[in-house]
Every structure is written in structure tokens, then in C-alpha cells.
Design a protein around this ligand. Structure first.
Ligand SMILES: Cc1cc2nc3c(=O)[nH]c(=O)nc-3n(C[C@H](O)[C@H](O)[C@H](O)COP(=O)(O)O)c2cc1C
Length: 562
């Protein structure tokens, strides 16, 4: 109900300005025609001035051509201009015209900015009416009183000034509004950029990792789009920002804020970071403009509800928010472990012209059914326009096949998929350093991308892959590609842990090779961990915590656990 009401008011508001502008134009036009028709034609020797704003309406003007002296008749009133006065009038006429064209230019510029567009529109309109009228006409048949003309120009300018003052009470040097995002797997980033596009140039957009408290305070309003990671934690990109905010001591903070908290209701710590951020900012004196909006698995209706309130406050009209996806075409789909009874893994190759990404990024695939959240898959390639995925056909406990994984694994060449690339900043390669990649199951995917990116770099640093799966004879995915990468020298070491029947797990391998792991770290290696959180992720993290020093655990470990 309230959403429809807001929309209705916005539309009425928009239409009112348009209708008012058009009505005013028609009124002025009719008036100018009627007044012009009343003007009495007087046979004149010559006329002055040529284009004055302060036109001598309703006056008959004469100029004695030889000595440049002019006389104005108005019923009984007569006036003789001196030569000097005549030049003054000419000058004034020139200034008045420049002024009006200036108003037209400013008005046109104002049209590009949403909140003052309506005033830009009326400024251009008014200036055009005055320029078009007979005020400056060579025949001197002025139809608009000069003071009225001035009033018409000043009023919209005043309206712009008052409106800007009212809506944006800004301190000198203070900027209007910012969308600040903190994202782990790219969804908050993508959403923030999309919202920024709908608000045109009115707002800035920036990752919190590139934001200091000082910069934050320079904005009048800040809208945060943040996700929650791990177990109620902040995304990695938010850590330095949080440290900076905690140090802020300024007492009179003018900046208002609101938080859009992305999360997943299946976690006990639903949207925990969004709420933590709200509490912290309030403690530090920032003013809460709108209550924190929780978003369960990218539910766009919740996003839209929040965004429309913000647009209302900024005086802009925005279309309903919806996630934007690109169309990918299936090039091939191959089952990599057909001998497995279930747990089939598919290698799916997709094409989308212009698709660009870095190794470690994700592909968000739209679910066909409404209210179903999108699914994220690690990209297993490093190639322009092409994306490869490793998709496990998910069998639920009730025996049904997972909605998106089932649809993807049944796809044939030429089928279309709606998807979008999500930047996974915390899981990109950090320069060309030695790599230890630890993955289980489809968690192998990003490492294929890493190795191909290293190959493209002609990397000289070593790479070690530790991979865990069930059966050596069925689940040795990508063995062909991995052999080629080993042959080319990019993959320098590979260890596999087969849980059946060997009972070998990745964490067992890590413990066995812990001395070498430490040696690699001493040589600058970074560790990347990818796979399911339950079981694999938690176990491996626990083992790494035992093997590594705290500093290495915090600074050298990158995780993509789902
Ligand atoms: C490893 C992992 C841990 C997560 N932990 C939480 C959590 O504790 N609470 C929550 O509400 N959502 C959690 N989520 C869900 C994310 O917040 C949600 O998917 C969000 O849309 C991701 O946004 P991002 O891509 O910008 O990081 C988690 C997601 C992942 C992948």
C-alpha cells in the first residue's frame, strides 16, 4: 500500500511540474500575442534601442539620425535621450541578451541533474519565452513588461536556490551522498553499482576499503550496502575501514547514514555485520536516517523497499530495483565423473561476448523460479568471453535434484543461461607469489583459473595443489588439464587425498607436509582454500591454525568456503 502511494505521489509530482510548465508557456504566449496586437504602429524615422531588456514598452521612439539624440513619446510624456544615455541603453540591451542566453545554458546544464531538473526546465522555458517575445524586437513592439520579464527569470533561479538549500543543507566542502559497499563475493558491490547507475551522477560509489573516516565525514548522507561473511563477520574488505571508524573522536558529526544488510536467513547470525555497523556508526555520532534493512538471499523486493525510501529523500524517481543479468550461451556440457552413482560433476562452458573476469571470480546464475535466490559458482577458467564452471548436480536429502544445479547439468549446447560475473576481490591472486591451493570437490574450480592466469603471466613462481575427493578412479576431474599445466611447469606440485577407500583427507596431508608448508610460506607463499564449509572448510582451517603462526593465518590465507 505505502509503496503504491509513494509511487503515485512521485508520478503526480513529476506530472505537476510538466503540466505547470506547459500551462505557463501557453499563458505567456497567448498574452504576448494579445499585447502585441494592441501596439499602435507609428511611422518612425528610426528606433532605439535595438534590444534592450528595459524596453520602452508602450512608448513610441524617435531618433534624430544626424546628432544621435532620441525622444520617447508616451501620451503626454516626452523625453529626450542624450547621446550618452543612448549608448547606455545599447549596452544594457547587450547585457540583457547575454544574461538570458546564460540562463538558457544554466537551465540546460541543470537538466542533467535529477533533483533540479524541474527548475532547469522552467529556467529554459522562461528564458525562451522572454527571448522569443517582442521585448527586444526591432519594431520595439514590446509585449512583456521589463520588470515582469525579470521576475520570470529570477523566480525559477530563486526556486532552485531555495530547493537546494532546503534539500541539501551542506557545509562548505561537504558532498551530497555516497553509496559505500563491503562485499566478499561481489553481490553487494554489484548491487551498489547498479543503484548508483539509477541515481545518475547524484551519488558517489566506493568500496569501504578505499574510504577513510575523514572522507566519510565529508558526505552529507552515506548509504551502506554490506554483506555478512563467515559466522556473522565483516567482509575482508571492511576490516581497515572498521579500524579507522573505531578511532574517530569527532563529536559534532553531521553525516546521516542507512545500512542495507545482505545476508542469508539460514545462518544464525543473519545480517549480523549490517547491524554491527549500524551500532558502531551510531556510537560514533553518525545519525541514522532509516532503519537497517535486512535482505535475505538477495531478495530484491527488500532492496527496492529501502532504495525507494532513499530516492524519496533525495528527491529522485527510480524504477523498481531488479538484479541485472547477462545472457550466456552454453557451448558444451560434459559430465566429468559419469561412473559415480550420484554426485555427478559437470564441466559447463559458457559464452558471453564481453565477459571479463579475474581468476577467483564467481558467476551468479539466476534461478528460473521467482523468490528463488541466485546461485554462485566459482569460475574454472581464465579466458575472454568464455566462462567454465564445475557444477555438482545437487541431490537433496528428499531425493529431489537441486533447482539450479539440476537445470545447469541438463543443459545442452545452444541453451541460454541468465547470469552475471561477481568480483571476488578477497580471492584474487596477490601478485606472482608462490601458491598453495587447497580444494575439495568442485572447490578445485578457481584453482584451474589461477593456474591458467599464472600461465598467461608466464609465472616463474611455484604452485602446489592439494586436492581431496572420494574415488581416485572416478573423481580425478580436470586430470587432462592438470597434466598439461604440470607439463608446462606452471603446476609444480600436486597431492591428492582420496577418502574412499584410502581414508585420506586434505587435513591429513597438510599435517604430513606441514614443514614444507611453513617453508613455502617463508618464501612468500599465499594459501587459497576452496570447498564446502561443513566438514572440509572447518577441518582444514582448524589444521592450518595449528600449523601456521597467527600472522600468517590472518594475512596469507584466502578462503572461498560455501
Ligand atoms: C562463507 C559464507 C558465510 C556467510 N555467513 C553469513 C552469516 O553469518 N550471516 C548471514 O546473514 N549471511 C551469511 N552469508 C550470506 C551472505 O551474506 C550473502 O550471500 C550475501 O548476499 C553475499 O554478499 P557478497 O557477495 O557481497 O559478499 C554467508 C555467505 C558465505 C558464502
Amino acid at each position: 500500500m505505502s509503496w503504491w502511494f509513494t509511487k503515485l505521489i512521485q508520478q503526480l509530482n513529476r506530472m505537476m511540474y510538466m503540466a505547470g510548465g506547459v500551462a505557463l508557456f501557453i499563458l505567456l504566449y497567448v498574452w504576448s500575442v494579445l499585447s502585441a496586437s494592441k501596439t499602435v504602429e507609428v511611422p518612425l524615422e528610426a528606433r532605439i534601442p535595438e534590444h534592450p531588456l528595459f524596453s520602452l514598452a508602450e512608448h513610441s521612439v524617435y531618433r534624430f539620425s544626424h546628432d544621435l539624440v532620441a525622444q520617447v513619446d508616451h501620451d503626454v510624456l516626452g523625453y529626450v535621450f542624450s547621446t550618452q544615455e543612448w549608448y547606455w541603453l545599447k549596452g544594457l540591451s547587450l547585457i540583457s541578451q547575454c544574461l538570458l542566453w546564460g540562463v538558457v545554458v544554466i537551465g540546460l546544464l541543470a537538466l542533467t541533474s535529477a533533483p533540479i531538473r524541474r527548475y532547469g526546465f522552467s529556467m529554459v522555458l522562461m528564458a525562451a519565452v522572454v527571448l522569443n517575445s517582442r521585448v527586444f524586437d526591432l519594431d520595439n513592439q514590446a509585449s512583456i513588461h521589463p520588470w515582469w520579464a525579470l521576475f520570470l527569470i529570477i523566480m525559477p533561479m530563486l526556486a532552485v536556490y531555495v530547493d537546494i538549500k532546503k534539500q541539501l543543507p551542506m557545509r562548505p566542502g561537504q558532498r551530497l551522498a555516497l553509496i559505500a559497499y563491503a562485499s566478499q563475493t561481489g553481490s553487494a558491490k554489484r548491487l551498489a553499482e547498479q543503484l548508483h547507475e539509477t541515481a545518475q551522477s547524484l551519488l558517489d560509489v566506493r568500496c569501504v576499503s578505499q574510504l577513510t573516516t575523514q572522507q566519510l565525514l565529508s558526505y552529507q548522507k552515506v548509504f551502506f550496502v554490506v554483506s555478512t561473511q563467515g559466522n556473522g563477520d565483516a567482509p575482508d574488505t571492511a576490516h581497515s575501514f572498521l579500524r579507522d571508524i573505531k578511532k574517530q573522536t569527532k563529536s559534532n558529526v553531521d553525516t546521516e547514514f542507512s545500512v542495507l544488510a545482505l545476508g542469508d536467513r539460514t545462518y544464525n547470525t543473519f545480517c549480523a555485520f549490517g547491524h554491527q555497523l549500524t551500532d558502531l556508526l551510531r556510537q560514533k555520532g553518525f545519525k541514522l536516517a532509516l532503519p537497517t534493512q535486512e535482505v535475505d538471499r538477495m531478495d530484491v523486493s527488500a532492496v527496492d523497499h529501502w532504495w525507494q525510501q532513499i530516492c524519496g529523500r533525495l528527491g529522485i524517481v527510480s524504477d523498481t530495483v531488479s538484479m541485472q543479468y547477462d545472457t550466456f550461451t552454453v557451448v558444451s556440457n560434459e559430465c566429468l565423473n559419469p561412473m559415480q552413482t550420484h554426485r555427478h560433476v559437470h564441466r559447463i562452458r559458457l559464452y558471453c561476448s564481453g565477459a571479463r573476469y579475474r581468476a577467483g571470480d564467481l558467476l551468479a546464475v539466476q534461478a528460473d523460479e521467482t523468490n528463488e535466490p541466485e546461485r554462485l559458482y566459482s569460475i574454472a577458467s581464465y579466458e575472454k568471453d568464455y566462462v567454465e564452471l564445475l557444477v555438482r548436480r545437487h541431490l537433496r536429502s528428499d531425493g529431489h535434484v537441486g533447482l539450479v544445479s539440476g537445470r545447469l547439468s541438463a543443459m545442452e549446447s545452444g541453451d541460454l543461461v541468465k547470469a552475471s560475473i561477481r568480483e571476488h576481490e578477497a580471492f584474487h591472486l596477490v601478485d606472482d607469489v608462490p601458491l598453495i591451493m587447497i580444494g575439495a570437490g568442485t572447490g578445485l574450480a578457481p584453482f584451474v583459473g589461477f593456474l591458467k592466469q599464472k600461465q598467461a603471466w608466464q609465472s616463474q613462481t611455484p604452485s602446489w595443489l592439494i586436492f581431496g575427493e572420494q574415488y581416485a578412479q572416478y573423481d580425478d576431474y580436470f586430470s587432462h588439464d592438470l597434466k598439461a599445466l604440470k607439463h608446462s611447469g606452471v603446476l609444480t606440485r600436486m597431492d591428492s587425498a582420496w577418502s574412499r577407500p584410502d581414508g585420506d583427507y586434505v587435513q591429513t596431508l597438510l599435517k604430513r607436509h606441514q614443514a614444507e608448508v611453513r617453508q613455502w610460506l617463508a618464501q612468500g607463499a599465499h594459501i587459497y582454500l576452496c570447498g564446502s564449509r561443513e566438514g572440509f572448510g572447518n577441518e582444514v582451517c582448524h589444521t592450518l591454525q595449528q600449523i601456521l603462526s597467527d600472522t600468517y593465518f590472518e594475512t596469507r590465507l584466502h578462503t572461498d568456503l560455501y
